[in-house]
Design a protein around this ligand. Structure first.
Ligand code: DAH
Length: 344
């Protein structure tokens, strides 16, 4: 066999082996056999050049053959690598459409929701939202509201005192009414404010009482304010919150800081007034207290009671949440049990 024939056979065999390689490993093995080592076909042909008559022509011929073979291996390597990459794209793919663990979106606590709804209703009626401290002075919680020291009306509220300052002068506020006084001290009429907030009493926990609860206070002071304005305002927010079938009822009452004073109730939402166990068969549930601001309170904050009159009201937010959502025991509201809260 001549050198030319053998070189041609080398080219055909090697190019065929490159094209036929099934994997990258196989390709490498074929490359080694045909091209890469001293014992390869190419290695042996290279040895033979020395013995050829026209060495230069033999060298050129083998060189051309080698370039062609190398190109065939490179092309096949490229193909195999591309196929491997495509395969791993499929094999190692992460399916982002498969959901992960379950995350549920939470929601506001029912009391927070009512708190905000009440703010919205009163802001809609032209009121501003006011705030006061939870740790309060006797002056604001009692004295300026016309509860003098030792007055029996103080016994209406089981106070928690704080060991700070003068004895029995610093306390956890028992109602949101002190915000009335703070507001009237800070600004002159016309005043239209509501003050929602947390209040504290030395009460034993039962279905409707908790030592920590929430109230919202309202105060309107202007020229010519009457009891009729108070009754209309209370009826308006009850309708806004509970709908037109739920009405307000007023009964005479007593609070030191209002004269006259009323207690207000609304139609029982459970029986719509027919009478059930929630309303003790009366058809009404009590909500809060209200009245016309007592002139003594105006004097404590330097507002002229001859020129201005006003009304005030206060009621429990937790109570409204209980009624609106049908929560039987107030303890459920504060346990923080998500299984319970998730229902609302
Ligand atoms: N602060 C009273 C309480 O907690 C409720 C109350 C009664 C508020 C009459 C008022 C009011 O503003 O005028 O028992």
């Amino acid at each position: 066999m001549t050198f030319v024939d053998d070189t041609r056979r080398f080219t055909d065999d090697a190019v065929g082996a490159a094209r036929g390689a099934a994997s990258l490993d196989d390709l490498e093995e074929q490359e080694r056999l045909h091209l890469k080592s001293k014992a390869s076909t190419h290695g042996l042909l290279k040895e033979r050049i020395k013995r050829e008559d026209d060495r230069a022509a033999a060298g050129r011929l083998l060189n051309e053959a080698r370039v062609e073979v190398e190109r065939a291996f490179a092309a096949r390597r490229d193909e195999l690598e591309r196929a491997a990459r495509a395969e791993s794209m499929v094999r190692d793919r992460i399916d982002l459409t498969v959901g992960g663990g379950e995350y549920r979106r939470g929601h506001l606590h029912p009391v927070t929701r009512i708190w905000r709804e009440l703010e919205d209703v009163f802001v809609g009626l032209g009121y501003k939202v006011a705030e006061g401290p939870e740790v309060e002075l006797d002056w604001y919680n009692f004295e300026a509201l016309n509860f003098p020291p030792g007055h029996p009306a103080r016994a209406m509220q089981d106070t928690l005192y704080v060991r700070l300052g003068e004895p029995e002068q610093v306390l956890l506020r028992t109602h949101t009414s002190p915000v009335q006084v703070r507001t009237m001290e800070a600004q002159k009429p016309p005043i239209y404010v509501v003050a929602p907030g947390r209040v504290f009493r030395r009460d034993t926990l039962d279905a409707r009482h908790s030592p920590v609860f929430h109230q919202i206070e309202g105060l309107a002071v202007d020229e010519g304010i009457t009891l009729g304005d108070l009754l209309g305002t209370i009826e308006a927010f009850i309708h806004a919150l509970f709908g037109p079938n739920i009405n307000a009822r007023f009964l005479p009452s007593f609070f030191p800081f209002t004269e006259p004073s009323v207690e207000f109730a609304m139609t029982c939402v459970f029986c719509e007034g027919a009478g059930c166990t929630v309303c003790s068969k009366t058809g009404w549930v009590e909500l809060g207290g209200a009245g016309m601001v007592d002139p003594a309170v105006f004097e404590a904050v330097d507002i002229d009671p001859e020129r201005y009159s006003g009304f005030a009201f206060g009621f429990g937010i937790d109570r409204v949440a209980q009624l609106l959502y049908g929560i039987d025991h107030v303890k459920n509201v504060w346990d923080g049990d998500v299984r319970f809260l998730r229902q609302f």
